[in-house]
Design a binder for this molecule. Structure first.
Ligand code: SAT
Ligand code: MN
Length: 595
């Protein structure tokens, strides 16, 4: 496409990048369906994309086995002072990092096309949206960005009118020499990958990976890492949260924003079909919330994304029928298995396991095979508009007023099914000490317990101690209009390792209790760790969970909680003098309650 954009910053940046990366050609994207179809057809012809004959307009990609998840060890927050990045982020000085990366970028797009992708996070033209321009040498990235963000030529007009944008530079880091045959999934080796953020100048540089959050720079890089730093400066919030609307049988609406780490069920909760009669759940977003205090003094949330990049394994008509219906057509699948009749399959999709598949590495697979057919972090990319329960207000620029915040994670022990914070400060304490067993959404060990405050450890673009303080400040500003804060754990296990709580649709029972707390309809009992449901208040009608399991789900093991204290102390100590006094006070109070 021939494009003239009258934006000096954009044009000089594109020129500079083109000179550095030396692509064979430059292509300015317009976000059209024609463009998407053409790029997909090109990738299918080259062999990188497999056309799924069983699913309309859908494709399967297999990545290089080394490029299957975010790379937290290779992710950098590059501020002029190391201290400003804080202990939870990798840091290199902007000068050093730019020098190293410029060396890598030199000639890195040889033999390839450089795509210029204009996008908006949030509805185009909305006052809370942010514009970005991603430059990438990956057509897979272009097509995913079409779904996950709003890519449109209208953004060129806005840029010509002088609107600001966030430059996002991406290369897979695999130049092609003349005559060299391309890999099916070109990328750079792990020690050459860099996912870099310069929050002081709102700039993103990503090199070496083509996968998900490493490469679709509107998502984690812009909408969380850069946006969280902007949000703190400007007095709003950018959080790793799903957003949903619950409606009770009387028609009263509640809006919930919930933070769980990657691959801990945000998409499932956001699309849940309540098992309790008369309740309705609608999805507004499944991963990121941008929230501002509105004229009414309440906190209003929007979903800056345009689609879902969801974990496929475990998704089924049993666990998340809405997601299954969302991915019926027009989907990009990555690292799923391929069936003999041209469809995708993943572990947990059907009770019956296919007799033969091509696995995510492209090899023959049978139920006897030792490895999984789909990678545990295999993903689907689909437009939010395709979701059957998408809320009619999901693109409302005013956002939805949040009533309830939920924090949580994957904990096989210790943490009860649900508790409510005593007050805002206690809620911020719960968020700041949240811990979860690691998942395959990051390259690294799976199942290790780690502190993941507010599910933002991998995504906070500045010092986490300052981030805690920002949460306390927001609470002070919101006062009596602040959302109530809850903590959940759907993943507690019995002694013999079985999940105690059915989860999924039955999580609606827990949400119902929260709504009734908001309305003052139910009380709660004070415990050492927070407010827990009184016996009989959690609606368990029609649910088949043994009483002993319910007891265990709600049990507070004070000895185990006492054992957590040294770890929480160590965790807080990491933040040095940037840990807010009010959180240390919360820790003292918890200690006192535990005796
Ligand atoms: O790869 S992503 O970062 O987009 C997914 C996730 O880890 O949440
Ligand atoms: Mn996420």
């Amino acid at each position: 496409m021939e494009v003239t954009v009258k934006n000096e910053k954009l044009n000089s940046w594109i020129k500079e990048i083109a000179e550095l990366c030396q692509p064979d050609s430059i292509y300015w994207c317009d976000g059209s369906k024609e463009e998407y179809d053409r790029l997909m057809a090109m990738m299918a012809a080259a062999g990188g994309a497999t056309v799924l004959t069983k699913r309309l307009n859908s494709f399967l990609f297999r990545t290089d086995p080394s490029d299957v998840a975010r790379v937290e060890d290779r992710t950098f927050i590059s501020t002029s002072s190391k201290d400003d990045a804080g202990p939870t982020n990798n840091w290199l000085s902007p000068a050093d990092l730019k020098k190293t990366m410029s060396g890598l970028y030199k000639g890195c797009m040889k033999g390839r096309t450089m795509y210029v992708i204009p996008f908006s996070m949030g509805p185009i033209g909305s006052p809370i949206s942010k514009l970005g321009v991603e430059v990438s040498d990956s057509p897979y990235v272009v097509c995913n960005m079409h779904m996950m963000t709003r890519v449109s030529s209208r953004i060129y007009d806005m840029l010509s009118a002088g609107e600001e944008f966030i430059p996002c530079l991406h290369s897979i880091g695999a130049p092609l020499e003349k005559g060299q045959k391309d890999a099916l999934w070109p990328c750079a080796p792990i020690d050459k990958k860099y996912i870099s953020h310069f929050p002081e100048e709102n700039l993103i540089w990503s090199y070496g990976s083509g996968y998900g959050g490493n490469a679709l720079l509107g998502k984690k890089c812009l909408a969380l890492r850069i946006a969280s730093a902007m949000a703190r400066r400007e007095g709003w919030m950018a959080e790793h949260m799903l957003i949903l609307r619950l409606t009770n049988p009387a028609g009263r609406q509640y809006h919930v924003a919930a933070a769980f780490p990657s691959a801990c069920g945000k998409t499932n909760l956001a699309m849940m079909t309540p098992t309790i009669p008369g309740w309705k759940c609608e999805c507004i977003g499944d991963d990121i919330a941008w929230m501002k205090i509105g004229a009414d003094g309440r906190l209003h949330a929007i979903n800056p994304e345009n689609g879902f990049f969801g974990v496929a394994p475990g998704t089924s008509y049993g666990t998340n029928p809405v997601a299954m219906d969302t991915v019926r057509e027009n989907v990009i699948f990555t690292n799923c298995a391929l069936t003999d009749d041209g469809d995708v399959w993943w572990e947990g999709m059907t009770d019956e396991v296919p007799a033969h598949l091509i696995d995510w590495k492209g090899r023959d697979w049978t139920p006897e095979s030792r490895e999984e057919a789909a990678h545990p972090n295999a993903r689907f990319t689909a437009r939010a508009a395709q979701c059957p329960v998408i809320c009619k207000d999901w693109e409302n620029p005013a956002g939805v007023p949040i009533d309830i915040f939920i924090f949580g994670g994957r904990r096989s022990g210790v943490v009860p099914l649900v508790s409510e914070a005593y007050n805002w400060d206690h809620g911020v304490f719960l968020g700041s000490t949240a811990a979860s067993e690691t998942t395959s959404a990051n390259i690294g060990a799976v199942g290790n317990l780690r502190r993941d405050p507010f599910a933002m450890k991998p995504f906070c673009g500045y010092h986490m101690g300052d981030y805690f303080r920002h949460w306390l400040d927001m609470g002070d500003r919101l006062g009596g209009k602040a959302p109530r804060i809850f903590y959940v754990n759907w993943f507690r296990k019995s002694q013999d390792g079985m999940f105690l709580w059915p989860g999924f649709s039955d999580n609606s029972r827990v949400l119902k209790w929260m709504c009734e707390r908001i309305d003052g309809k139910v009380g709660a009992r004070e415990t050492e760790i927070g407010l827990l449901p009184n016996d009989g208040d959690l609606d368990l009608s029609g649910l088949d969970v043994p009483e002993a399991s319910m007891k265990e789900l709600m049990r507070i093991d004070t000895a185990a909680w006492r054992d957590e204290l040294p770890d929480i102390e160590r965790h807080f100590a990491e933040f040095g003098n940037r840990i807010p006094e009010r959180l240390l006070q919360q820790l003292q109070e918890l200690k006192k309650r535990l005796g």
